[in-house]
Design a protein around this ligand. Structure first.
Ligand SMILES: Cc1ncc(COP(=O)(O)O)c(C=O)c1O
Length: 395
């Protein structure tokens, strides 16, 4: 197997420097503070809540619950549950909610969703546990009116994204949350593309649950994610095990956060999340959001100059830009950008198949996404490269 080259080796080999534009999949690089905190976490015995008294070691889970509650303006740090990913969170919440609702019921989701929402719902629909409606988006947005059109007397669950990982459109979830809260419908919001990317105030969004992932805009390691659950009674835990408390009883504790957390936590992942959140707070969430918005405007305005390029969202709210180049498959375009320009994008369906039926005939597209670490120079170089590929394809 050939060993991948480091960035320095790429430069020595006279290749163009690597430009990583796939932050909507996973952010890279991670801030040095995150790497240092993970190392620190692994260099000390773990502080195990209720299990031991590792003198002097850091209680990462408690500190991180406080940190994420602060970042998202949530009242109850203990209502934040750590999981392996947003996918893990969505599975725990969707299956846990369905387990609690005894009779089959009606659920609503949207065509913007990631497979981590669509597949659990589709599986449960196939098992006859729920019937499912999928509401359309207009110009990248799902409105409360569209959701209301799908509501039935037996609707109990709505699952929707806060930000599309294909179109970069930010959904107005607050009115949906208010409507669901006043109609006894459990709303799960998938914040995978928004938490850490934009300011979020959970005290103003009365959702039943809000899902996040650690390895994207929160700058944490892969393998850490979580959710905020407003009412712990709303969902049954589908996992049981050791919690370091009430070990004499075979009944799993129902206190938060133990109700949904069993087994040894991912301490290094949680430590990475803590450092990622501190990094965001140190730089300023608004500053990060605005910087990424500036890059998005710069990139889209460059791409709009080329008639061969179809841009699916002319002005994305999030730093996620999807496009296709006339006469070129999205996989071919991504391959040329990687091989000839050393620019890493993401191609294909981005695990959100339904939105592609609406925008590109189900064929998929090239996606470029930015983080705080993307520079305007990288952004300009990448836009020039995309335009060059497009002009070449047009000839
Ligand atoms: C909107 C959305 N939901 C869910 C996920 C899944 O996230 P994770 O990798 O943490 O499971 C992603 C990541 O690709 C996403 O973009």
């Amino acid at each position: 197997m050939t060993k991948p080259l480091t960035m320095a080796e790429h430069r020595e080999a006279g290749e163009p420097p690597l430009i990583y534009l796939n932050h909507a999949a996973t952010s890279w690089p991670k801030p040095p503070e995150v790497l240092a905190e993970v190392a620190r976490c692994l260099q000390t015995p773990f502080f195990e809540h209720g299990r031991s008294t590792a003198g002097g070691a850091m209680d990462y889970p408690s500190a991180t619950r406080d940190a994420i509650a602060g970042l998202l303006h949530a009242e109850e740090p203990n209502h934040f549950i750590f999981t392996g990913s947003a996918t893990d969170s969505l599975n725990l919440l969707i299956h846990g909610f369905v387990k609690k609702e005894k009779a089959p019921f009606h659920a609503i989701t949207t065509e913007l969703e990631h497979n981590s929402v669509l597949r659990p719902l589709h599986t449960l629909a196939g098992e006859g546990r729920l019937s499912l409606s999928i509401v359309p988006c207009q110009g990248g947005y799902v409105t409360l009116q569209e959701i209301k059109k799908a509501i039935r007397p037996e609707t109990r669950l709505v699952v929707m994204t806060h930000g599309s990982n294909v179109l970069g459109s930010l959904q107005n979830v607050r009115p949906v949350a208010e409507y669901c809260a006043s109609n006894e419908i459990f709303l799960i919001v998938d914040g995978s593309q928004t938490v850490g990317q934009i300011p979020i105030n959970l005290s103003e969004i009365p959702a039943g649950a809000f899902v996040f992932t650690g390895h994207k805009a929160l700058f944490g390691l892969p393998g850490i994610g979580g959710f905020y659950l407003d009412d712990p009674e709303a969902v049954t835990s589908v996992r049981q095990g050791g919690t370091g408390m009430d070990s004499h009883t075979l009944t799993h504790p129902q206190d938060m956060p133990q109700k949904f957390e069993a087994g040894t936590p991912n301490y290094p992942g949680i430590a990475s999340l803590l450092a990622g959140i501190r990094f965001i707070e140190h730089r300023g969430q608004d500053a990060i959001t605005n910087k990424c918005r500036g890059l998005t405007v710069l990139f889209t305005s460059e791409l709009k100059k080329s008639p061969e390029i179809s841009l699916y969202t002319p002005a994305p709210d999030l730093p996620v830009i999807s496009f296709n180049i006339g006469g070129l498959g999205n996989d071919e375009a991504g391959y040329i950008l990687a091989k000839a320009y050393n620019i890493i994008t993401r191609t294909g369906l981005h695990c959100a198949p339904l939105v592609h039926d609406r925008i590109d005939g189900g064929k998929g597209c090239v996606r470029v996404s930015f983080s705080h670490f993307t520079t305007p120079a990288e952004c300009r170089t990448a836009a020039e490269a995309v335009r060059e590929v497009a002009e070449g394809a047009g000839r």
